[in-house]
Design a protein around this ligand. Structure first.
Ligand code: ZN
Length: 109
C-alpha cells in the first residue's frame, strides 16, 4: 500500500499575530512562539496551556507539574491583518522576492 504523506504547507511564521478560530481557545489572539512544520501546528505565547510533568534535573530542582504551551492546528488559527483583522495569506512577487500579503486587501503581512 502506498504511503500517504500529509505535508501541511504552513504559511505562518514565528512572531506572527494570529486569532484562534476553533477549539477551546477560540477568539483569543496571540503571537506565534514556534511553528511545527512537520505536524502543521503552531504554539502561541501563553495560549492553550497544558500541564506537563518535569523530572528533577538537579538536586535542588523541585520537578513536578508545569504549565507549557500546547500546540494548535494551523487550520484553527488565522493571521491578523492590521487593516482587516483575521484573514488568509496570499503571495505576490516583488521583483524576485515572494511577499506574503493579505488576501482581502493585498497589504503585505
Ligand atoms: Zn488586509
Amino acid at each position: 500500500m502506498a504511503e500517504r504523506k500529509q505535508r501541511v504547507d504552513v504559511k505562518l511564521k514565528k512572531e506572527d499575530s494570529v486569532r484562534v478560530i476553533a477549539g477551546k481557545e477560540r477568539g483569543k489572539t496571540g503571537r506565534i512562539l514556534r511553528v511545527d512544520h512537520a505536524k502543521g501546528r503552531v504554539f502561541l505565547h501563553g495560549i492553550n496551556m497544558v500541564k506537563k510533568a518535569v523530572k528533577k534535573r538537579k538536586q535542588n530542582d523541585r520537578g513536578g507539574i508545569i504549565d507549557i504551551e500546547g500546540s494548535i492546528a494551523v487550520s484553527d488559527v488565522m493571521i491578523i491583518c492590521a487593516k482587516c483583522g483575521p484573514t488568509r495569506i496570499g503571495y505576490k512577487f516583488d521583483g524576485d522576492a515572494k511577499v506574503r500579503i493579505c488576501k482581502k486587501c493585498g497589504e503585505p503581512l
